[in-house]
Structures are given as C-alpha cells and as structure tokens.
Design a protein around this ligand. Structure first.
Ligand code: SF4
Length: 337
C-alpha cells in the first residue's frame, strides 16, 4: 500500500517518471526529457472531465426506473500504451506530447513502435486536451464530487498514476469522499498496480482477447493476453473488480473463450460486462476491413447465450441500441469542469 504522507508519497512516486516502467512497455525513459511508447511526458493532460452516464449502472447510477442518474465523475487522460486499431476513443489515445523538449525515443526502438508513434502524431490534430497540475486535478475531483458524481472514474490513467495518486491524496485531505474507479485496457504492470493497493475502490479492466496473434494484430501487443490475465489477478486480489469485454465483429469464438476463462478463473468473485457497443471509428476500417461494421444481433446473442450456458450470472448485458457514435464523448469539444 502506498504511503499516505502526501509529501513523501509525491517524492517516491515522482521518481517513477525518471526511469519509466509504469506499464508493460518498460521504456525506461526519463519522462521529463523523452517520450516512451505511450508518447506522454511527465505532464498530465486530460481530454475530458465530466459526469458520464453510460458506464455500468452501478457506476453511473443509471438503471431502469431511475430517471435522474447522478453519473460517474469521469476523467479521460490523453494517450495510451496500446492504441488498438479499432479504439473507440482514438481521438485521445493517439495523442503524442508535442513539447519540443520531449523527443520520441528512437534508439533501440523496433519498427512497430516507430510506426505507432508516427501514426500517433497524425492523431494529435483531433484533440490535444489540456495540461493540468496535481493541484488542479485535485480541484477537478472535488468539483465532480460537488456536481453529485457517484465516483471518480480514472480512464487510462496508468501513465500518470504517480501524480494522480498525489492528486487523490490531496483531494482526500480537502474532503473527497467518493470511491475511486480505475478504468483500464488491462495492459498494466503488476508492480505499478501494487502501488495502488488501498487507493482504488473498483477496478474496471478490459479483457480484450486471449489470442496472442489478435493482441499483436489489433493492439500492437502479442503479450496482451498474458499481461492482462496477470493484471486482472492482481486487481481481484486487491478489491472489487468488473471485467469488461467488447464483442468485436467476426470474433464471436474469441469472445466465448474470454468469458469461459473469466468464469472458470473467478466465478462470481467478479462481475463481467459484455459490451455490444462496438462502433467502427478511427483508422480500423482501412487496416482491418472486417472491423468496419457493428456487430450483429445474432453475434451478440451467441455470446450472451454462451455466458448463460456456462453458468455466468454476475454480468451486465447491453442493449445493442447503445452502439451509436453519439455515446462516445466528443473529445474535440473539450469539456473540463
Ligand atoms: S508509461 Fe509510457 S513511457 Fe512509461 S513504460 Fe509505459 S509506454 Fe513506456
């Protein structure tokens, strides 16, 4: 568990930026001077901070019979260490810091990484977010609480957890009482997660696929399945965990494998969110034409039928009507409280 002396905590965690291994890419760059795979400096940039009403009902407060959900106090951070070809938030996941002091690491970088960084540079036109200090971020958390948020929901936060942990400590010292949700791709370092023990109340990771070839083709990470499995095990060890699985068009068999693995491994200790909302956005349609459509009702029904057949009862199932671009936040319209 991380220490709760704010000043000491800031010092210890800040040191993690100097030889960055905050995620499984293990770039070992000094984030004050160079960029790693994620393209993020040590500066926190956020794309959006607002109440969000389309998370799982227990997080947003939205459910049948509730007309005025309070919403999840969601903070979207810029950048990502995966940048999946079909990313539903591609406008922000492709962001690469543009400060001239921060150069992409090219020495020892493989071709795939270089390609991802140049692909990312093109994405910077869509949304560059806003830089915030630790103090400003703590203020945003408190403002979300004042707005009635049910929780603080950190979306793709791993790159900045040293500073975000400090912002949470600071906000708590000023009255933040809300539970903290850690919303993640699942591609996380177990060692970094151990530093969050006691700080996070609900983990909300994806488990995208178990097939290494799919991890390589769609997420630039052949090790995605093994890394995500270990990360989820650590999350479940620590606290309440909801695992999301987004059903992709043409990949029903893989979805069934994922659900079987989760149920066999964790049973009812986790909740599973079976998501139907895949929408073809971003560059996936050019590189992977099979992803250039929404999933069919039959595909989703086959996945849900499998979940029922193997005995999963602790699950969220989505109305396919949510598969609309309007349910993806408009990141180019910067909305920060
Ligand atoms: S957080 Fe970024 S710089 Fe650090 S290891 Fe991960 S990808 Fe590399």
């Amino acid at each position: 568990m991380i220490k709760h002396d704010i000043n000491e905590n800031r010092k210890v965690l800040q040191a993690m930026y100097e030889d960055c291994a905050l995620c499984p890419r293990n770039c070992h760059v000094n984030r004050d001077r160079a960029l790693g795979y994620c393209g993020q400096s040590s500066e926190i940039r956020i794309a959006r901070a607002a109440l969000h009403f389309w998370e799982e009902p227990e997080l947003s407060g939205a459910c049948e019979g509730v007309e005025d959900p309070r919403g999840s106090g969601t903070v979207f951070f810029m950048g990502c260490n995966l940048r999946c070809t079909y990313c539903q938030n591609y406008e922000i996941s492709r962001y690469v810091a543009t400060d001239p002091l921060h150069k992409p690491q090219t020495e020892g970088t493989d071709v795939q990484q270089t390609e991802v960084l140049s692909e990312s540079a093109a994405g910077t036109k869509a949304c560059s977010g806003r830089a915030v200090t630790v103090e400003e971020l703590a203020g945003i958390f408190l403002h979300l609480q004042a707005q009635g948020a049910l929780n603080i929901n950190l979306v793709t936060a791993f790159m900045h957890m040293p500073k975000i942990a400090c912002a949470l400590d600071l906000a708590k010292s000023k009255g933040l009482k809300l539970p903290v949700v850690y919303n993640s791709s699942g591609y996380e370092s177990v060692e970094m997660l151990r530093h969050l023990d006691g700080l996070i109340d609900v983990y909300l990771p994806d488990l995208k696929y178990l097939d290494a070839d799919l991890g390589a083709a769609l997420s630039h990470a052949a090790d995605y399945p093994e890394v995500a499995k270990e990360a989820i095990a650590e999350m479940v060890r620590q606290t309440d965990t909801i695992v999301r699985h987004l059903v992709l068009p043409g990949h029903v068999r893989e979805s069934k494998r994922v659900l079987s693995y989760l149920h066999e491994t964790y049973g009812d200790r986790i909740r599973i969110s079976i998501m139907s909302q895949y929408t073809p956005v971003g560059p996936a349609s050019e590189t992977h034409p099979e992803l250039n459509r929404r999933i069919t009702k039959r595909e989703y029904d086959r996945v849900v039928d499998h979940a029922i057949a193997i005995g999963i009862t602790n699950a969220y199932i989505q109305d396919r009507a949510v598969a609309k671009e309007s349910f993806i936040p408009a990141f180019h319209n910067l909305l920060i409280l």
